[in-house]
Design a protein around this ligand. Structure first.
Ligand SMILES: [Mg+2]
Length: 248
């Protein structure tokens, strides 16, 4: 199916979408071919990152082209000019997420697992339990125990089919909320293209006119609700078509 390339903005996920899915955090970078086109595109239309990752992780990797970042699943929205939007609720709920971090540290100390704390400024807003590239991954039951504890506290838990990590957030937002906020703040109208690669992108896919699932070996069978699909290696080609259209 032909993907409409005349769009007013592109909102995109980071991990597995514009960056490889199976590399360590330290090595994670935007695909050079993709970054090159995005830098060019950023001169014409707003580009924003919509991610469960924290700002401190994603901003240094995408600031060559992004105009805005919706981080930690929409909990923290930051614009290039420094404006920042964080809901008051995160301050009230910080203690619950802190309790979960303590629990995870206790239960998972014997395993090779990365516990990424997600901060919005000086407030703890989330935790990612990540065992990708791990030689001694934690048993699934143990991870599940932590997730159930988090749910009991009213925190938002995101499980990913086929992905070796889970996310916990203090506030129950999703990527659709992030997309709505970005539309408003950046003052862009449809059609907007959204690029994503996992189930947590589904709410965003359903929010825009041009939702595109970026397909790789980890998500080939995931239940993605995007109208359009593209193989990851074809992404530079698609972006070049968008560039041609916006230059017209
Ligand atoms: Mg992703």
């Amino acid at each position: 199916m032909d993907i409409p390339c005349k769009v007013n903005a592109i909102f995109m996920d980071y991990d597995g979408t514009i960056a490889p899915v199976d590399v360590s955090r330290e090595e994670s970078r935007v695909f050079p071919e993709v970054e090159k086109v995005l830098i060019e595109l950023s001169k014409y239309i707003p580009l924003a990152i919509v991610t469960t990752k924290s700002l401190s992780f994603v901003k240094p990797r995408t600031e060559s082209f992004a105009h805005a970042w919706a981080c930690s699943n929409g909990v923290e929205i930051v614009l290039k000019d420094g404006r920042r939007f964080v809901p008051c609720e995160v301050y009230e709920k910080e203690r619950y997420i802190k309790e979960i971090v303590t629990l995870a540290r206790e239960l998972l100390s014997r395993y090779d697992v990365f516990l990424e704390e997600k901060w919005a400024g000086t407030t703890l807003v989330g935790l990612c339990i990540d065992w990708r590239t791990s030689k001694n991954p934690p048993p699934r039951e143990l991870v599940e125990k932590i997730l159930q504890e988090a749910e009991k506290k009213g925190l938002k838990v995101i499980r990913y089919e086929g992905h070796p990590f889970v996310d916990i957030f203090s506030v129950a937002y999703d990527k659709a909320f992030a997309v709505d906020m970005l539309k408003k703040i950046l003052q862009v109208d449809e059609p907007i293209m959204y690029l994503g690669d996992s189930e947590n992108d589904n709410p965003a896919f359903e929010r825009v006119q041009v939702p595109v699932a970026v397909i790789h070996h980890r998500n080939r069978n995931s239940p993605l609700k995007a109208k359009y699909r593209i193989e990851q290696e074809k992404l530079p080609e698609l972006l070049k078509k968008v560039l041609e259209e916006v230059r017209r």
